[in-house]
Design a protein. Structure first.
Lengths: 90, 186
């Protein structure tokens, strides 16, 4: 968004232009900002989005992912034969 | 051996345990068979009889490739990691969904980024493991995902376990807004 500056001494609210915010300044500080109603609506929408992003999306698990998960947490037949273990870990 | 300090986003072979389930097989010393305990209630009852109630559990482990998704966590040098799934064991359509990024539960690991894995793999988003760094074979790295992909994977993992990050997001946003306000005051 572009911004323009005007002195508060001379302010008569200018006709706002979409996409341009007018900063009303006095003593080197912003005192007010004039903006087009559509821009204000955008800011309000951003504020709303801000509350929405804090809510996590629903996590949908597919059949493939569910099967992969189950397989990954299910142990197979363990190797417990002493000779086989000695061969594997000489 | 030099201490591994930045394993995040990298894949290694690791000794990964399976979560213990009943019957719990307790080690009973050399030469004797393990003692099977049928359920958690009996374990609790035993714990109430003695002050010191630690046991040695015989549990299944499997050396397998994993993807580390955390930094090294103090104070015990542990990492959070995900198990992997080979795509060639999925149907063609399921594998394609993984590659497209439309399967929430399986996160594609492009073969070009993981030359150490023999086949194309995906990280199983729901399969979080907490492992000591010493359970990883860090002598050879299997591959690494880029930072953007890692952030995306973190988001999926948080979503998969229903972690509410509202307050963190709001706090960060408020900090940013405050910073913007301070800049405007200057």
């Amino acid at each position: 968004m572009k911004a323009e500056t005007t002195s508060s001494d001379s302010v008569r609210i200018p006709t706002p232009v979409e996409g341009i915010a007018v900063r009303v300044r006095r003593y080197n500080r912003d005192r007010a900002v004039i903006m087009h109603p559509k821009d204000f609506a955008r800011l309000e929408a951003l504020d709303h989005i801000h509350t929405l992003i804090a809510v996590p999306d629903e996590f949908k698990i597919s059949d493939a992912a569910r099967t992969a998960h189950i397989e990954s947490i299910t142990p197979g037949e363990p190797i417990e034969d002493r000779d086989e273990l000695r061969r594997l870990f000489p | 051996m030099s201490r591994m300090v930045a394993p995040q986003g990298r894949a290694y072979w690791a000794v990964a345990p399976f979560a213990p389930e009943p019957p719990f097989r307790l080690y009973a010393g050399e030469g004797g068979p393990p003692v099977d305990v049928a359920d958690a209630r009996r374990m609790r009852a035993a714990a109430e009889k003695v002050e010191q109630h630690d046991f040695t559990l015989l549990m299944s482990v499997k050396p397998r490739p994993i993807l580390v998704i955390s930094t090294v966590l103090p104070p015990y040098d542990e990492v959070i990691a995900l198990r992997l799934k080979r795509l060639n064991t999925l149907s063609d359509s399921a594998a394609e969904r993984v590659r497209e990024g439309t399967d929430d539960g399986l996160f594609s690991l492009p073969p070009d980024d993981f030359p150490g894995l023999e086949l194309e793999n995906a990280a199983i988003v729901t399969s979080m493991l907490r492992l000591p760094l010493s359970a990883l074979d860090t002598s050879s790295e299997l591959g690494v995902i880029n930072q953007q992909a890692l952030v995306s994977l973190h988001e999926r993992v948080a979503s998969s376990v229903g972690l509410r990050l509202d307050l963190q997001i709001l706090r960060k946003s408020q900090e940013l807004l405050r910073e913007i306000g301070l800049r405007m005051d200057r």
